[in-house]
Design a protein around this ligand. Structure first.
Ligand code: FAD
Length: 518
């Protein structure tokens, strides 16, 4: 009886302790006592900002927003929550620039860490060896890295189309743009990382040190740790860019040329493409500030009623190379099968080219068209299925308008490291197809959110039905079953790694892959 009583007392007391811990950890006052160099904010303005993102569709209200000044601020906070174990429901979402689409950088009732406040390490550029690099904070914006590295005549090798995104945010996905065929995505151009794991440990990792953590975090959707520092590989930067667009009416010719060009790594430095549906003309594409030398001719191309495909190319150069570059470009273009009267070119500075989407952002913001819902859908499609996909989607679903740019370009699997967490199709060449739609708020028509979402659903259902082996990029799934399906053979290792580096599922709850159990 005494033993039974003793056992009962222990159980009772541990329940009270757990309850007490639960109250403590979920209580803002317990956070306020943490020794931080930065600060935590509980005010409504900060909380409201942290519960929004570019997608403009999901809103989760956090309990606090942290503005870290040091890596130890982040480590201390996560360690505090980790020590509370299952008794706390607190989760932590690193927020880069908040350009997620479905609440991925948000947390309901948890702590959002505003990574842009983390200004350490100060950007350090190392030029003195054959492979120069820059060390940056995980919260640094790519546009700032561009400006800083250019002071040394250098720049990162692989980009996204838009540079007002953070290093930690894009490395958690992949970071893909028209340079990926040549250098791979951004996650293939990182040498070293510093990570704060889900237990609050600060760990350096690379291919040679803590390799498993390094590979897990790249494309890891924020699940294994917070990237506080990254070492990014650089290359000599050009000063100018020859920017070219040519049109195709035949999808087979278009993709054949794209695939031919990505196999010749020295032909161009950037290769993308997009679809022009009906009146979405060559010039009124919000995504770029392309001003061809012959704007009158370009404005004629409104493709009324027809679907056209635009191949977009760029060649980097310095002024003294202009003649050689012109000849080189002409030679490569002469082998392509575009509609001959549709060659549009311009020359811009390297910065103007890389920061092209920002110019449109400024314009759209001034018209109140930036902060609208963005029901984007990004897909990786195996090369062998791209024709059936295009036939179905552009022949049956997107026939009248695309409600925004539709990008389509191939990349090579050999430039992606299969040990990282990112999920790609199992074919040597696969296409990124990105439906970058904007919805008109409260419209019930074809430009409204409901209509676009139902189109996205039809596209995804078609891919599933026809078993195309398509994978979502910047993935969004509703159930763990869907996530398992997304990761396929990588699921086991992904979930094992989660258990090792973030066993209580504290990190990046907005991805909704794992749930914190309390
Ligand atoms: P957030 O949206 O804030 O975060 C994204 C995810 O990463 C969240 O789960 C968050 O918790 C996690 N996270 C953030 N910081 C860290 C960190 N330091 N450590 C660990 N996890 C972290 N993508 C491309 O690949 N190519 C493109 O060309 C491209 N163009 C885009 C253009 C526009 C206009 C927009 C809005 C997005 C574009 N994207 C593109 C997508 C973009 O890469 C992702 O949305 C990315 O997540 C945004 O980065 P962010 O810094 O805003 O991250």
């Amino acid at each position: 009886n005494i033993l039974f009583l003793k056992g009962f007392m222990i159980l009772f007391l541990s329940c009270i302790a757990t309850r007490f811990n639960f109250c403590l950890s979920n209580n803002p006052f317990s956070l306020k006592t943490l020794p931080l160099e930065g600060h935590l904010s509980f005010d409504e303005t900060s909380l409201n900002k942290a519960s929004k993102d570019f997608g403009n569709r999901y809103q989760y209200h956090p309990m606090a927003v942290m503005y870290p000044k040091s890596v130890s601020d982040i480590a201390t906070t996560i360690k505090h929550i980790w020590h509370m174990g299952h008794s706390s429901h607190l989760t932590v979402a690193a927020r880069g620039h908040g350009h997620s689409l479905q609440g991925q950088s948000q947390t309901h009732g948890g702590i959002v860490i505003k990574m842009e406040s983390l200004k350490v390490p100060e950007m350090q550029i190392h030029v003195g060896n054959s492979s120069p690099y820059v060390d940056v904070s995980g919260g640094e914006l790519w546009i700032n890295i561009l400006h800083e590295t250019l002071k040394y005549g250098l720049a990162p090798r692989s980009w996204t189309d838009y540079l007002h995104l953070t290093v930690g945010g894009t490395l958690s996905n992949a970071g893909v743009s028209g340079q990926a065929f040549k250098h791979g995505p951004q996650i293939s151009n990182v040498q070293q990382l510093e990570i704060v794991t889900g237990t609050g440990e600060v760990v350096n990792c690379s291919e040679k040190q803590n390799e498993e953590l390094f590979q897990s975090v790249l494309g890891g959707l924020g699940q294994f740790g917070i990237i506080t520092r990254a070492r990014i590989l650089l290359e000599p930067a050009p000063s100018m860019v020859k920017w070219i667009r040519v049109l195709y009416s035949d999808f087979t010719e278009f993709t054949r040329d794209q695939e031919r060009l990505i196999s010749e790594e020295n032909a161009f430095d950037y290769i993308e493409g997009f679809v022009i549906i009906n009146r979405t003309g060559l010039l009124n594409n919000w995504r770029s500030s392309f001003n061809p030398q012959d704007p009158v001719q370009a404005s004629h191309f409104k493709s009324d009623g027809k679907t056209l495909f635009c191949l977009e190319l760029a060649k980097y150069f310095n002024f003294q190379q202009i003649n050689i570059v012109n000849q080189d470009v002409e030679r490569h273009l002469s082998r392509l099968n575009y509609i001959r009267s549709t060659l549009f070119q311009t020359e811009v500075t390297y910065v103007e080219f890389l920061d092209r989407v920002h110019v449109s952002e400024v314009k759209l913001r001034s018209k109140g068209l930036w902060d609208v819902p963005h029901p984007w859908l990004n897909l990786f499609i195996p090369k062998s299925k791209i024709h059936s996909f295009a036939q179905f989607v552009f022949g049956n679903i997107l026939t009248q308008t695309s409600n925004g740019p539709v990008l389509i370009y191939p990349v090579k699997k050999s430039k992606w490291d299969n040990r990282t967490s990112v999920v790609i199709p199992d074919e040597d060449i696969f296409y990124l197809v990105a439906f970058l739609t904007s919805a008109v708020p409260s419209s019930n028509g074809t430009d409204g959110l409901e209509h676009i979402l139902s189109q996205n659903k039809r596209i995804l259902e078609y891919c599933q039905r026809e078993n195309l082996g398509v994978k979502q990029y910047l993935p969004h799934h509703n159930t763990q079953e869907e996530w398992r399906d997304h990761f396929g053979t990588k699921w086991e290792i992904f979930s094992q790694r989660k258990f090792v580096y973030d066993p209580f599922a504290i990190l990046a709850p907005g991805q909704r892959i794992f749930q914190k159990t309390i």
